[in-house]
Write a protein that binds this ligand. Structure first.
Ligand code: SAH
Ligand code: SF4
Length: 369
């Protein structure tokens, strides 16, 4: 007996791919527009609810396609309004997604991989090793689940105004799926988020960064964490392959291609006694000279197996002041959602331990302020 063909999950198809899908069915391309709206704006996963399509087409779609998002295993809102989901993906792995409301703004922090192969020494995702890439459906599925939490759909209500690819994983190592998912985030018929408000964060996969500039114009966050190669080699092993000068040159190239004037965000995780000295701040100010950027300082979030410590607020402020005096717009990321561990992502580990899925501590991640 032959196994039944796998159904196409329409959730992960950006407009062009959905149009191609309908064309292969002998249908008009505008079906794609209708389906995009049903799925992403109305949160519908049942073809029978798509009442502007014929019953025959709906029956056909049920046979060959599906709309399947991640399963929510945890959904909690912190006292400060930060909301966190743990979502179970196909092979039972959990991924976390965090929504941080801030006035009119709602920033959703999305994961791109299960684990990460790059092994930055201060990152618990890196410590956990790499499991697999998320599919485009699993990446956009995080936005879909979060958006559905605010149904019924009102065009005027915008609970998610910004998305940052800063959850688990290195987005540039899952290039095609991340690009498809980001296209859906920006698609007017789906989430309609401005390209300025979709941010890809990378530790610096230089060739992929150049490729990114050819296919999209989202905003960029560069995880720098050190002002010189000697120190960065220790914190971000990928630096041995793509040193700071190459990374910043690629960042300049990316910004230069954008049709508008935009700055990159330089992320700098401040670790006590490691990269938090005044001389580091001064060196950083020199290294970044001429790059259109703002700097975001992230006080290190400790986790059980890490050897590093969080810097004092004084040390962080001193660092910030030095950069501000040198002319850089510099912010300090404040911890949010502490009571539900949203700020440091310790939740996935706890949920998994409870269910005895894994003995390993999982996923510390950060979100943008
Ligand atoms: N892989 C990508 C995106 C995910 S990491 C990248 O590295 O940019 C998102 C951000 O969280 C990065 O800037 C990362 O350096 C930071 N981060 C990771 N672990 C951290 C920790 N324990 N404390 C503070 N920031 C951390
Ligand atoms: Fe991977 Fe980013 Fe963590 Fe480095 S900081 S290990 S690139 S997720």
């Amino acid at each position: 007996m032959t196994a039944p063909a796998e159904k196409t999950n329409l959730l992960g198809l950006p407009k062009a791919k959905l149009e191609a899908f309908f064309e292969t069915l002998g249908e008009k391309r505008f079906r794609a527009q209708q389906v995009l709206q049903w799925i992403h704006q109305r949160g519908v996963d049942d073809f029978d609810q798509m009442t502007n399509m014929s019953v025959a087409l709906r029956e056909r779609l049920k046979e060959i396609a599906e709309i399947r998002g991640p399963e929510v295993v945890y959904d909690e809102t912190s006292k400060d309004g930060t909301r966190k989901w743990v979502m179970r993906m196909d092979n039972g792995n959990n991924v976390e997604t965090v929504l941080i409301p801030d006035g009119e703004r709602g920033t959703l922090c999305v994961s791109s991989q299960i684990g990460c192969s790059l092994d930055c020494t201060f990152c618990s995702t890196g410590k956990r090793g790499f499991n697999r890439n998320l599919t485009a459906a699993e990446i956009i599925g995080q936005v879909w689940v979060a958006r559905k939490a605010f149904m019924p759909y009102e065009p005027s209500s915008r609970p998610i105004t910004n998305v940052v690819m800063m959850g688990m994983g290195e987005p540039l190592l899952n290039f095609d799926n991340v690009v498809d998912a980001m296209n859906l985030m920006m698609e007017d018929l789906a989430y309609g988020i401005s390209k300025r408000r979709v941010t890809l964060s990378t530790s610096g996969v230089v060739p992929a960064l150049d490729r990114l500039g050819e296919v999209t114009d989202v905003s960029l966050a560069i995880s720098l964490h050190a002002p010189n190669d000697e120190l960065r080699n220790q914190l971000v092993p990928l630096n041995k392959k793509y040193p700071i000068s190459e990374l910043l040159a690629a960042t300049r190239r990316y910004l230069a291609r954008l049709p508008d004037k935009r700055k990159a965000t330089i992320e700098y995780t401040v670790i006590q006694g490691v990269n938090d000295k005044l001389e580091h701040a001064k060196e950083l100010a020199v290294v970044l000279k001429g790059l259109p950027c703002k700097i975001n300082l992230i006080p290190f979030n400790p986790f059980p197996e890490s050897d590093f410590e969080r810097p004092s607020m004084n040390a962080t402020r001193r660092f910030q002041n030095a950069l501000t005096e040198a002319g850089y717009v510099t912010t300090v990321r404040t911890p949010r959602g502490d009571d539900i561990d949203a700020a440091c992502g310790q939740l996935v580990g706890r949920v998994e331990d409870r269910t005895k899925r894994s003995q390993r501590y999982i996923a510390v991640q950060q979100v943008n302020p």
